[in-house]
Ligand binder design. Structure first.
Ligand SMILES: Cc1cc2nc3c(=O)[nH]c(=O)nc-3n(C[C@H](O)[C@H](O)[C@H](O)COP(=O)(O)O)c2cc1C
Length: 267
């Protein structure tokens, strides 16, 4: 097995690694190139001339003897990439405190109705602040993260005691929502007001009986798109304005600066 990683390695000097990297290209716009094999024909399979077929795979039982669950975490967050990030805004039931935090176990799963899933690590009993508020109020706002506030969005992941607001820590701004109490992130190009549909709690396999994860299904009831990012039909969000940030493995975030288009197959 090879020992290599594009990621910063724990134990290394992070500041030194960062200093050695090139500057961020703020003006980089998404570029569309041709796909790897524009003349690909039905039945051709991979576009690498069979190279990938010469490699073998390592089989891993996620719960094999002696395997720490952290290895599954690291494998999944580095391998299932890039992941969208839901920057979730919630308000406490008494309306006194607000909360903001990023979650990358998140995805849109339907459009009629608009439905989203978010995976919260931990139990309902000892819920993260966002989940506690979401479960108690049945409401939240999902904000999509763009390049122009990635550091601030990352700062909201700080583990503050319940009631301490990540809005102040991040410097992000609240904008009023329409049908939920929680605020939108004003810096966000796209925000979705959401109502909780249901939650489902999951148990550990290595420590049976221990609740270790909660799935929340959220229905989107209002969309907010920055006016310079939406077309006249209010249907397409401009990728060049959105400049979305995704989650990769370790501490890494992804930009979307390269894209390809391939036509849908017809039978
Ligand atoms: C980019 C990013 C993605 C994250 N994704 C998740 C996730 O999907 N599920 C989760 O439970 N925690 C996730 N976290 C960690 C939470 O954001 C962190 O525990 C945060 O403190 C929770 O805030 P809260 O207790 O105020 O809700 C993520 C952190 C970062 C930086």
């Amino acid at each position: 097995m090879i020992k290599t990683s594009a990621y910063f390695t724990a134990g290394d000097d992070f500041d030194k690694t960062q200093a050695s990297r090139p500057e961020f290209q703020r003006d980089a716009e998404v570029t569309f190139s041709k796909p790897p094999k524009p003349d690909w024909k039905e039945g051709e399979g991979g576009n690498d001339g069979g190279e990938s077929l010469k490699k073998n795979h390592v089989e891993i039982d996620p719960h094999e003897e002696g395997r720490p669950v952290s290895s599954n975490y690291k494998l999944l967050i580095s391998g299932v990439v890039p992941r969208p990030i839901a920057l979730i805004s919630t308000k406490s039931k008494d309306g006194k405190t607000t909360n903001l935090a990023p979650f990358s176990y998140s995805q849109v799963i339907n459009h009629d109705p608009p439905l989203f899933t978010v995976g919260f690590v931990g139990s309902l009993e000892k819920a993260k602040d966002s989940l506690k508020n979401l479960a108690e109020t049945q409401e939240c706002v999902i904000n999509i993260i763009s390049e122009h506030f990635v550091e601030a969005a990352n700062a909201t992941a700080v583990n503050t005691p319940y009631g301490v607001s990540e809005w102040d820590i991040s410097g992000l701004h609240q904008a009023p929502s329409s049908v939920v109490q929680a605020a939108r992130v004003k810096e966000s190009i796209l925000s979705i007001e959401g109502k909780l549909v249901e939650t489902k709690e999951f148990e550990s396999r290595t420590d049976p009986g221990k609740k270790t994860g909660v799935l929340a299904i959220i229905e989107g009831v209002r969309f907010w798109v920055r006016e310079d990012a939406i077309d006249e039909e209010k249907s397409v969000v401009d990728l060049k304005v959105l400049k979305p940030i995704s989650r990769l493995g370790g501490l890494a975030y992804g930009r979307t600066t390269d894209a390809i288009e391939i036509q849908r197959p017809k039978f």
